[in-house]
Design a protein around this ligand. Structure first.
Ligand SMILES: Nc1nc2c(c(=O)[nH]1)N[C@H]1C(S)=C(S)[C@@H](COP(=O)(O)O)O[C@H]1N2
Ligand SMILES: [Mo]
Length: 561
């Protein structure tokens, strides 16, 4: 048996690469043996006679293993047993000063970071960092504590375990970076709905229970999901300013909220904001994806009121052209003072039928802090990430935003692209969202399934980006042998809603017959939009490493006992 100590998940990569082939394992170890033997070790891998990996275990946290003789990926989370090690000295390793660590900032010298009192050589991990190379390099030669204080998802057991594999030493205790005196960036967050299902506490990310989402055509503010990348800025309206810059002419102008309200006509749009990672957890069922485990409620449909972005830009002399972009920056900033920023094509912003607005009201009330008070951009039909909140600056540029969120995220790749071979430059940033639908009620978390007169009512939403209308929602409860057409609730065509301008969602309902002694029913839904595009059947062939644009059939199985 060939056992290796692995420094990263590299062997898993090879393992995944071979997953279509069926190997007969040379060693018949039961899964329990794999688990016990390699739990709490530094990881191991197994190869077959042709030197291909047949199973691998990485870190002390995650193992992938064989079941019988088929290659099945299984993740075993032994997180419960793990205790963070970064505050504990490792007696077997040398001690370094902060100054020595600071000399290790490139590939030649090795890239070192510290966390707590641990010193880590992360040179081989850089290319695999999901949050872009640039972000991880900010910490090179120094402490990551201040960054992880903001990006708290790093403090998850799985990540701490992975980090511990790169441990090379201990930091002199007197040199450790203290975050105590830096203040807690999350000490001034708004109050939130206790009903929310929290996907991450800091920064705050949460969605409402699915069945609640479809109780209203217009999503109430308190049930509208919140997706924050950073702490919520606390903006004093008296000091609030929006800066607009036109790069080509160097012209800049700043506006208070009152200036904008006075100078430009008030207008509104009913539009969905949907996170690019909505329904990600369903895609995760195929193979692990990295990102927050959203179910289908990372979206909502609201009335947004404000001013047209095209009115503001026209007043500043901007003319639409196909090669420019509108960079939108928020007032929320990371520890290097870099703001959240993304961009949209200028042609979308200037299109009067694009309905891009700078909104100061949501459902008739001033925006709440979580949703971007006092001003946010609403880009109907376009992925949530471009609907920038706490809008601080607009730049008309020949280039897209340079930010991580535009360049290194919110892009989708082929199912065969993984973290070891992904090049974010090769894919365009997601703009218009694809067609999707989701069954929201009943859902597996519901405590009670109501059957009335032999029918179970099934409800959901459907939506397509780019202003495409939902023309039909098909539902099956016999695995596709027969399809039934759901009743739709949607805005009808009128003054502001017409072909190519369907930015609201469609709610749908269908009654599913249930036999007296039936114990289980499985319902699937698929929506069709006005381009006759419909949802892919499964997530298998649209899997992508970040789990974005997850729009396969929605499938819900319900136990009826
Ligand atoms: N300034 C700023 N704008 C932002 C974000 C952010 O973190 N900062 N998150 C974006 C993402 S990824 C999404 S999905 C939507 C979520 O909007 P909501 O929180 O109002 O639902 O806001 C977008 N706008
Ligand atoms: Mo998002």
């Amino acid at each position: 048996m060939n056992r290796h100590i692995l420094s990263s998940s590299l062997c898993i990569r090879s393992f995944l690469g071979n997953r279509n082939k069926i190997y007969r394992p040379l060693y018949t170890l039961s899964t329990r043996n794999y688990y016990n033997k390699y739990n709490n070790t530094n990881g191991g891998s197994f190869r077959d006679s042709s030197n291909k990996y047949i199973a691998a275990i990485i870190g002390v946290g995650v193992c992938y293993y064989l079941i019988e003789d088929r290659l099945i990926l299984k993740q075993v989370d032994c997180a419960k047993k793990f205790e963070p090690q970064h505050e504990k000295p490792r007696r077997d390793l040398p001690t370094y000063s902060a100054e020595e660590v600071s000399k290790h900032t490139n590939r030649e010298s090795g890239i070192w970071v510290t966390y707590g009192i641990g010193v880590y050589d992360i040179t081989n991990f850089i290319s695999e960092h999901p949050g872009s190379k640039r972000n991880i390099m900010i910490g090179a030669g120094a402490a990551v504590d201040p960054f992880w204080h903001v990006y708290q998802f790093h403090k998850e057991a799985k990540i701490l375990k992975l980090l511990e594999e790169f441990r090379i030493g201990n930091l002199k205790p007197e040199d450790r970076t203290s975050i105590d005196n830096q203040g807690n960036p999350y000490s001034n967050e708004p109050e939130r709905n206790p009903e929310f299902i929290v996907r991450l506490e800091q920064p705050y990310n949460a969605e409402p229970p699915l069945s609640k989402l479809v109780e209203n055509f217009i999503t109430p503010v308190e049930l509208f999901y919140v997706r924050n990348h950073l702490p919520v800025p606390n903006i004093d309206i008296k000091e609030y300013e929006l800066e607009v810059e036109i790069e080509s002419t160097g012209k800049t102008k700043t506006f208070s909220l009152n200036d904008l309200k006075k100078k430009f006509e008030k207008t509104g749009v009913v539009a969905v904001v949907m996170c690019g990672g909505n329904r990600r957890s369903e895609m995760n069922g195929v193979k692990e994806v990295r990102g927050l485990a959203w179910s289908g409620a990372a979206c909502g449909n609201a009335v947004w009121t404000g001013i047209r972005l095209c009115d503001l830009l026209s007043a500043m002399g901007v003319k639409s052209d196909e090669s420019s972009h509108v960079i939108l920056e928020g007032y929320d900033r990371d520890p290097t003072y870099t703001p959240y920023a993304t961009s949209i094509p200028l042609s979308k912003a200037m299109d009067p039928r694009g309905d891009v607005i700078l909104a100061y009201e949501m459902n008739g009330e001033p925006l709440t802090r979580d949703h971007g008070f006092p001003l946010r951009c609403i880009v109907p039909g376009v992925v949530g990430a471009r609907n920038v909140k706490w809008l601080g600056k607009i730049t008309i540029s020949k280039n897209e935003a340079e930010s991580h969120w535009q360049q290194g995220d919110y892009k989708a790749f082929s199912p065969s692209t993984d973290w070891d071979n992904v090049d974010f430059k090769t894919a365009p940033a997601i703009q218009n969202m694809p067609v999707t639908s989701a069954i929201c009620s009943p859902n597996p978390n519901d405590h009670e399934i109501k059957i009335v007169d032999g029918f179970m009512e099934v409800k959901g939403y459907a939506y397509s980006g780019g202003g495409n209308k939902i023309i039909r929602v098909d539902v099956t409860y016999d695995q596709g042998k027969t399809w039934h057409i759901a009743d739709l609730q949607q805005l009808s065509d009128g003054e502001n809603v017409s072909a190519g301008r369907h930015y609201a969602w469609t709610l749908w309902t269908i009654r599913v017959p249930i036999e007296k002694d039936q114990k289980y029913v499985e319902v699937w839904s698929k929506a069709v939009d006005s381009n006759y595009n419909c949802q892919p059947e499964t997530f298998k062939n649209t899997w992508n490493l970040r789990g974005v644009v997850a729009n396969a059939y929605s499938r819900v199985g319900v136990n009826l006992i």
